[in-house]
Ligand binder design. Structure first.
Ligand SMILES: [Zn+2]
Length: 443
């Protein structure tokens, strides 16, 4: 196909097949910015061209495609050499196709792009009501690209799901190195190890120095859902900035990133397509959960507080709930995502005053989610402002792993235009401090 722009910058499409393409470009002097780095638009052009090339073979006769939007993350500068781009179709809808491009300089992933393309037949005009009806049907029938609707996944579907997951950030850089920097001030221990294929993840916990058996224990857990970023960084920030305020009053045990593989993939599940946060029970199928339960077993009955740090994100509705319905062969019932912070109390041991103290403290940092028109948050009745209840232990949730008098799960909402990542971390930190403060006043 004639592509004058590709020719102008020297971009080559190396291969195309249905749903996959590779293209490449040699970085020459004319493609550099004033800092002698390849201009971001060059990598963008690779993604855009690669997406078109991957999609073309899938189009019906007479059908065309056009870019609606592409989001790109740049990870590292490129100075020279050959840059290659591998693009895959992620989801094929009737009118919108989602694609992903990974851009490499040598072996190194330097950028990643996610794009939506419209597919359409020029000249074909349809009644708008009909179009809307089709769109809403697509939303259900094409909710998830893996498996057969109504049939739970088998090994093959799980493998296909796994093949679509890619490493997007580094546990070592973001988490382990931060824990290393805390080592002079705290006791750091490895409480387990996850071995997934060729990858191995040490599971790390941080403890108060001079642990005293006569003091109550405060347990803080984060990253049970690896993609819930502020849970991980909020836990680490709490240790760094506030843990020392409680010396001599409580023993702190902090597991900041319970599910590191999922942290790197920005996903909810482990590589076996299992949600660790439904797996905190005996004979757990998730090693993430089993390892944490072993760590916590000795303090199970001495814990005063357990606060488990989470987020509720827009991707819960767009990606993870559809994936869950597909995995279990169940119909997807669309729901809403609460706009703001909320807490999950234990319906088997509710502590409304404790939850209220946390909500009041967090409100200084970020907005509290209002209930929806049915008086619910995420499908559960709002029992007090910003609070819902789950039977924690019955559901195998992390916040139920101790017999702590005070238990809660935070749910920060990072996708609000009204918050920044720093505010999300701060909300988690404030919640932890408020929880400890309340519990120490009401032991
Ligand atoms: Zn979560």
């Amino acid at each position: 196909m004639k592509h004058p722009f590709a020719k102008l910058i020297g971009l080559e499409v190396d291969s195309t097949e249905a749903g996959v393409s590779t293209c490449s470009i040699a970085i020459t002097e004319t493609l550099l910015n004033p800092h002698k780095v390849a201009h971001g638009a060059v990598l963008y052009a690779l993604a855009d061209t690669g997406m078109g090339a991957a999609l073309y073979p899938l189009l019906a006769e007479g059908e065309l495609c056009a870019t609606i939007e592409i989001k790109i993350n740049y990870y590292a500068p490129v100075y020279e050499g050959q840059v290659s781009c591998v693009t895959r179709v992620i989801n094929t809808g009737k009118s919108v196709v989602n694609l992903e491009s990974e851009i490499f300089s040598g072996e190194r992933l330097v950028a990643k792009a996610n794009g939506n393309y419209a597919r359409f037949t020029p000249g074909a005009r349809r009644d708008q009501t009909q179009q809307r009806k089709e769109n809403s049907m697509n939303a259900v029938s094409e909710a998830y690209p893996i498996g057969t609707p109504g049939t739970p996944w088998g090994d093959e579907e799980r493998a296909e799901w796994l093949s679509r997951q890619s490493r997007q950030r580094s546990y070592e850089t973001d988490v382990l190195s931060v824990i290393e920097r805390l080592r002079p001030r705290f006791d750091v221990e490895q409480y387990g190890r996850l071995d997934y294929g060729s990858e191995s993840y040490p599971l790390m916990a941080i403890r108060s120095r001079n642990w005293r058996d006569d003091l109550p224990v405060v347990l803080v857990t984060g990253g049970v859902h690896g993609y819930e970023t502020s849970g991980v960084h909020g836990a680490l920030q709490f240790v760094d900035q506030h843990a020392e305020e409680y010396v001599g009053r409580v023993n702190l045990l902090v597991a900041p990133c319970v599910s590191p593989w999922a942290y790197e993939r920005i996903h909810r599940w482990n590589p076996n397509a299992i949600d660790p946060n439904r797996s905190f029970h005996e004979d757990s199928p998730a090693e993430e959960s089993a390892a944490l339960m072993r760590l916590v077993a000795p303090i199970r009955d001495h814990a005063l507080v357990h606060i488990d740090l989470h987020e509720t994100t827009d991707t819960d509705e767009s990606e993870f709930r559809p994936a869950l319905a597909a995995r279990d062969g169940k119909p997807l019932e669309p729901g809403g995502i609460p706009d703001g912070f909320y807490l999950v109390d234990d319906s088997e041991n509710p502590r409304p005053e404790f939850q209220r103290a946390i909500i009041e403290a967090v409100e200084a940092v970020t907005h509290i989610a209002p209930a929806d028109a049915n008086g619910e948050l995420i499908g559960s009745p709002e029992v007090a402002r910003g609070v819902i209840q789950y039977p924690l232990r019955q559901l195998g949730l992390c916040a139920g792993i101790t017999n702590a008098s005070y238990r809660t799960t935070t749910e920060v909402y990072p996708d609000s235009p009204r918050v920044t990542p720093a505010q999300c971390n701060a909300a988690q930190v404030v919640a932890v401090c408020a929880a400890i403060r309340y519990a120490l006043k009401h032991p």
